[in-house]
Structure formats: C-alpha cells, structure tokens
Design a protein around this ligand. Structure first.
Ligand SMILES: Cc1cc2nc3c(=O)[nH]c(=O)nc-3n(C[C@H](O)[C@H](O)[C@H](O)COP(=O)(O)O)c2cc1C
Ligand code: SF4
Ligand code: SF4
Length: 263
C-alpha cells in the first residue's frame, strides 16, 4: 500500500506510477485524515510506501501526524520506503519521516528523492515553464530507477547531517503562518471550480456571488498551504500575500488533466 499526500500533483503522479508498476494500491492521506481512517491490514509480501512533497525542508505536518496515528496489522516484515518530491532541497525531511515511522514500530528501509518542479508560489518563485519541463522530463527516468529499487526491496536509507535551522526553526515558523487564512479570489474569477477540486483538504466551497451562474470560492479552516488552489487557477485570480502579482504558476500537467475531467 502506498500512502500519499499531494497538492499540485507531483507526488500523486509519482505514487500512481509506482503503484502501477508494483501492482499496488494508493491511499490519499488527505482523504484518510478527513474520514479518520487509520487502520489498515498489510497483506503477505506487501510493501508500505509514503510519497509526499517537501514543505519548508520537512514533510507536510499532516503526513507526520497521519503516520503517528496509523494502525497497521501484519506489518512487521514489510519493506517500508519513503519517496519525497521537492524543488531541490529536503534537508532533514527523511529524518523526520524516520522518527514518525519509529513511533509506530516501522523501520525506514528505502529512501528516495525525486526533484520535480517547484510549486511554492506564496513564498517564492516557481520554476518557469522551460525549467519545469526539464525537471519533469528528468524525473521520469529517476522514477523508473526508484521503482526498480523498490521492486528489489533495496535498503537505501543512510542518516545524513542537515540544517536544524531550516528543518526545525523555519519549519515551526511556517506552521504558525498557516493559521491566518488570507486567500482571496478577485473579479477575474470565472467560477470554474478547479480550485475547489484541487484542494486536498476540501476546505474550498463555491458560493453564489451575483447569481447562481457566478460562483466564487470561499476558504474554510484546515488549509495546509499546499499552494494547489493558487497554482491551478486558470485566471490567476487567487491572491495570498501578493501571490497574484507573480506571473508564473506550476501545476502538474497530468494531474490537471485528471482534475478537469473529474465531476
Ligand atoms: C509550502 C511549500 C513549501 C515548500 N518548501 C520546499 C522546500 O523547502 N524545498 C524544496 O525543495 N521544495 C519545496 N517546495 C516545493 C515542493 O516540495 C515541490 O514542488 C513538490 O514536488 C510539490 O509536490 P506536490 O505537487 O505533490 O504537492 C515547497 C512547496 C510548498 C507548497
Ligand atoms: S486551500 Fe490550502 S490546502 Fe486547499 S488547495 Fe489551497 S493551499 Fe492547498
Ligand atoms: S480556479 Fe480560479 S477561476 Fe476557477 S473558481 Fe477558483 S478562483 Fe475562480
């Protein structure tokens, strides 16, 4: 079983590809969290994977909190691996995953990193389309190498030295900054609803504005700042701390196609 969290679709597409090749199932951490589904039975020979993005040099808090609540049966000899996707810098993220897994008695055996386009439009600049394409193309090869290692139950985890300042101090600051909901959709919003479909935490609801044909998004509580809503918006109508001033957005193209088709 592969547990994944994804905002802009990079980690989702990786989880899906790994699942297809390893004949495994994928489970959305965001959905499981909302439905309070924490108990799973591991079949004989089944592997346990976690796929997630890096948010401020660490895994998203929801991933760490989910792992600590997990109740797995028959997991004692299952090969356990982590795949992180990130712009280029993960620092102490894997150590945090390893500690969360130790909390539920799982060792971390496979440790894989996949560089993918950066989606952090709120606090930085995302990759331009040429850079994003290069990273996506390169990631396709990396994913195939990772899949081979996973099929072979390869032990790749090695402890590393990392910046405590980035992965703990700034990470903590990032957690507190999420408490204030500052999203706004401006008059360019065309009411397409893609932002609500993309939100993994289901916190965006479309409400009538001027008429039933003109709906606008409203943000509720529980945002994890994955940046999906801002990046997916075709009208660049969503602002959060000046994000609408930025021209470039990134949303995984394969995942966008799936969302557009989704009811
Ligand atoms: C809030 C936030 C913080 C991020 N921080 C980092 C970071 O510290 N290092 C990094 O390399 N990428 C960082 N990124 C980029 C994402 O890790 C990267 O784009 C990832 O592949 C997105 O995965 P997803 O599409 O599954 O959400 C950040 C993205 C977000 C939204
Ligand atoms: S509201 Fe928050 S959790 Fe939902 S898509 Fe936007 S940034 Fe992500
Ligand atoms: S994605 Fe953009 S245009 Fe579509 S409903 Fe959301 S804010 Fe409006």
């Amino acid at each position: 079983m592969i547990f994944y969290f994804s905002g802009t679709g990079n980690s989702y597409c990786v989880a899906k590809e790994v699942a297809e090749k390893t004949k495994d199932q994928i489970i959305s951490i965001a959905e499981a969290w909302q439905n309070k589904e924490f108990s799973y039975a591991v079949a004989e020979g089944e592997k346990i994977g976690f796929v997630y993005p890096i948010h401020a040099w660490a895994p998203p808090t929801i991933v760490l909190r989910f792992i600590k609540k997990l109740q797995l049966t028959n997991s004692y000899d299952a090969y356990t691996y982590s795949i992180l996707t990130c712009g280029d810098d993960w620092e102490g993220a894997v150590e945090k995953i390893k500690r969360a897994l130790a909390h539920i008695g799982l060792p971390l055996q496979g440790d894989f990193k996949i560089i993918m386009p950066d989606c952090y439009v709120i606090g930085g600049d995302v990759n331009n389309p040429e850079e994003a394409k290069k990273k996506l193309d390169a990631s396709k090869e990396t994913i195939q190498r990772v899949i081979k290692d996973i099929i072979a139950n390869k032990f790749t985890y090695r402890p590393i030295k990392y910046s405590f300042y980035k992965s703990h101090v700034i990470y903590r600051f990032f957690q507190t900054s999420k408490i204030i909901p500052l999203f706004k959709a401006n008059d360019q919003c065309v009411g397409c609803g893609l932002c609500a479909k993309a939100c993994p935490m289901n916190v965006i609801k479309l409400k009538d504005k001027r008429s039933k044909n003109h709906k606008v998004p409203k943000w509720g509580k529980g945002c994890v700042q994955c940046n999906a809503c801002i990046n997916v918006c075709p009208a660049k109508a969503i602002d959060y701390l000046g994000a609408k001033e930025k021209e470039i957005r990134y949303f995984n193209p394969d995942y966008r196609k799936e969302l557009v088709r989704k009811n």
